[in-house]
Design a protein around this ligand. Structure first.
Ligand code: HPA
Length: 317
């Protein structure tokens, strides 16, 4: 389990080495049974039975501090969990009530650039599924490629381009366990139209519709920010915002039939021009814009969970 991560090079492979390394690479150790063990561990320790899961992005972790009557689990205390290594990300799974609605919230997520395989990065989404979550709300910080976007705006993710998938890297690769979902899951409706509608209505009612857009997100492996040529290419293929997360979480959610929603906080403008006087992207700016907009982003999620609970979840019960 501990080794689930990078394939280590050995000089003389034998069949067992190769099989073990393939299992490590595909993170095959996160079997259904292991995920169930993690979910049962949490369910035993909390009375809450959330149907909404939340993943907090860079600088947006304070959302978890709004939860009431919480049961919080530092990642190092949850069996089989990796630890979050990024500055600006705490590392806890927090159960609690947000606007009166039971939720479970990842305060800090796992990224590919930390050295974890994609399946490990998005493993907590499967834990959410086995806890009983039906709706996932993910937030992230992203660079704005669409020239209409301002720093501090929100882009509701209408769709994504899975660049890492183009390169043959997916959280769903390796053996498929149909108890989670099908071998070949569709992604044409990855982002719920109903949740997008709810989010837009809430932001309009807050009087902030000028600060919100809908668009296409892409995730790159990072940790470096992009070159101008890379950004130009992304813009040409239709990307509005670029980040280093979320896509693999949404793939994993959709695979196991969780309704998914995501928004990006635009923390910096991506320069498509070599002569631009814009500052180069940097983590300090990303975290600082996150902090300055976390109250607004938190208000949006706060209202969304109530609306989703009343309009989506209650009607199913
Ligand atoms: N690129 C990639 N990821 C990011 C950016 C960016 O410009 N800003 C915040 N996360």
């Amino acid at each position: 389990m501990e080794n689930c991560g990078i394939v280590t090079k050995k000089n003389n492979f034998n069949r067992n080495d190769i099989e073990n390394n393939i299992n490590e690479f595909y993170c095959d150790d996160y079997s259904y049974e292991t995920i169930k063990e993690i979910a049962d561990f949490l369910l035993e320790k909390t009375q809450l039975r959330p149907k909404i899961g939340i993943i907090c992005g860079s600088g947006l972790n304070s959302l978890a501090d709004r939860l009431e009557n919480t049961d919080a689990f530092p990642y190092e205390e949850i069996p089989y969990f990796p630890i979050s290594t990024v500055e600006g990300h705490v590392g806890r799974m927090v159960f609690g009530y947000l606007n009166g609605v039971p939720v479970m919230c990842m305060q800090g997520r796992f990224h590919y650039y930390e050295g974890y395989p994609l399946a490990k990065c998005s493993m907590p989404v499967r834990v959410m599924k086995l806890v009983g979550v039906t709706h996932l709300l993910a937030t992230n910080a992203a660079g704005g490629l669409n020239p209409k976007f301002k720093v501090g705006d929100i882009m509701i993710v209408r769709d994504h381009i899975n660049m890492m998938g183009f390169a043959g890297n997916s959280p769903l690769q390796g053996p498929n366990d149909s108890r989670f979902g099908p071998r070949f899951p569709p992604m044409a409706k990855a982002y719920s139209k109903d949740l997008i509608k709810i989010c837009k209505r809430i932001i309009k009612d807050m009087g902030s519709e000028n600060d919100v857009h809908e668009g296409v997100y892409t995730c790159l492996g990072g940790p470096n920010y992009e070159t101008v040529a890379e950004l130009k290419m992304l813009r040409t293929i239709g990307v509005d915002a670029v980040g280093m997360s979320t896509v693999h979480e949404v793939l994993t959610a959709k695979h196991c039939d969780i309704t998914a929603f995501a928004f990006s906080l635009i923390t910096n403008k991506c320069s498509l021009d070599y002569d631009s006087s814009d500052e180069e992207a940097n983590h300090e700016e990303v975290v600082s814009v996150g902090q300055s907009r976390q109250e607004f982003c938190g208000d949006v999620i706060y209202q969304m969970v109530r609306a989703i609970h009343d309009e989506e979840i209650a009607k199913d019960n």
